[in-house]
Design a protein around this ligand. Structure first.
Ligand code: NAP
Length: 292
């Protein structure tokens, strides 16, 4: 029976470490890192994420600046806000909560963020730097997955890694990070032939699809380390909804060497890594880290 990788506990420890470092920054330099979160519209899931990000930032001593804008806010107003935040010395990290309303060009909005303040790591400058192996801001969810993997496995060199999903926010940066750690990386997607056979090759399997319970136990190499990024809300007993991942947990756990649960696996790591990136961004802006 595979071990459960407790992302909730790992994230709590990471937040404590960050809080200590934030405190040290305050006493050494008199500066508290600041994170600005921009939310456009009233998507209920996004509201919960933004609330949690603000609360956890404050708990670690990071200043949180929340900007909530109406659904019908013109794109130009959002771009102006981002330019103001780029220029605001109290703000070290800027996050625009996705998805944006359909009248906005998300690419344009994300590209307006100063790459030094791009704590989500979605700006093409950071994507490019990550890809060429330069120092870059890594996207929070894949970064969290990497922390769990290296904590569990140590050196990843030479391991076969399969990622199911090729989105810009999870699948592709995950592939880059695993390659950087010398894994042999396969990225599968909706056109992949014989997905179960591809998954069976994996010493490390990362599921980032968005399809509830899709990946089955007989797709798993015995002893593999399996990371479930998926967050899917499904109808449970008594009409209540509940969260499940992309893995069929009941059939995968007996075969895997280790597995992340949903909830309590990758999810908590994403916010902890956002705070980690905010601290890194603050240090860089204070020239405490080498210039890029
Ligand atoms: P996305 O942009 O919708 O991408 C999904 C990927 O899965 C695509 O590359 C798609 O392939 C692939 N796919 C879809 N159906 C497939 C199938 N039947 N077989 C193989 N591949 C298939 O999703 P995302 O933003 O990466 O998110 C993925 C999941 O992670 C979602 O459940 C999301 O909620 C969750 N998530 C969680 C966190 C967290 O903090 N834990 C953060 C981000 C996302 P094509 O490219 O060919 O269409």
């Amino acid at each position: 029976m595979g071990d459960i990788i407790d992302g909730k506990a790992f994230a709590a420890t990471l937040r404590q470490t960050i809080a200590g470092e934030v405190n040290a920054l305050k006493s050494e330099r008199g500066v508290s890192p600041g994170l600005a979160v921009v939310l456009v519209g009233d998507d209920p899931a996004s509201q919960v994420y933004v609330r949690n990000k603000g609360r956890q930032a404050r708990e670690t001593g990071i200043q949180s600046f929340e900007h909530r804008l109406d659904m019908d806010t013109p794109e130009a107003q959002v771009l102006d806000l981002i330019r103001d935040l780029n220029a605001d010395p109290r703000v070290n990290g800027i996050l625009v909560q996705l998805p944006l309303p359909s009248h906005m060009d998300a690419e344009k909005v994300l590209q307006t963020i100063d790459p030094l303040k791009d704590v989500d790591g979605f700006h093409p400058v950071n994507v490019g730097r990550l890809t060429v192996g330069a120092d870059a801001m890594a996207p929070c969810t894949p970064l969290g997955c990497m922390m769990l993997l290296t904590d569990r496995l140590g050196d990843l060199s030479g391991l076969e890694a399969v990622i199911v999903g090729r989105s810009n926010i999870v699948g592709k940066p995950m592939a880059t990070l695993l390659l950087r750690e010398n894994c042999t990386v396969t990225v599968a997607h909706s056109r992949t032939r014989d997905l179960p056979a591809v998954c069976r090759r994996a010493d490390i399997l990362v599921a980032a699809v968005g399809r509830p319970n899709m990946i089955q136990g007989d797709w798993i190499k015995p002893g593999a380390t399996v990371i479930d990024v998926g967050i899917n809300r499904i109808e449970g007993e008594g009409g209540k909804t509940r969260l499940v991942g992309d893995l069929d947990f009941a059939s995968v756990q007996p075969v895997a060497g280790a597995i992340t649960p949903v909830p309590g696996g990758v999810g908590p790591m994403t916010i902890a890594c956002l705070l980690h990136n905010t601290l890194i961004a603050a240090r860089r802006q204070l020239a405490m880290l080498p210039p890029r």
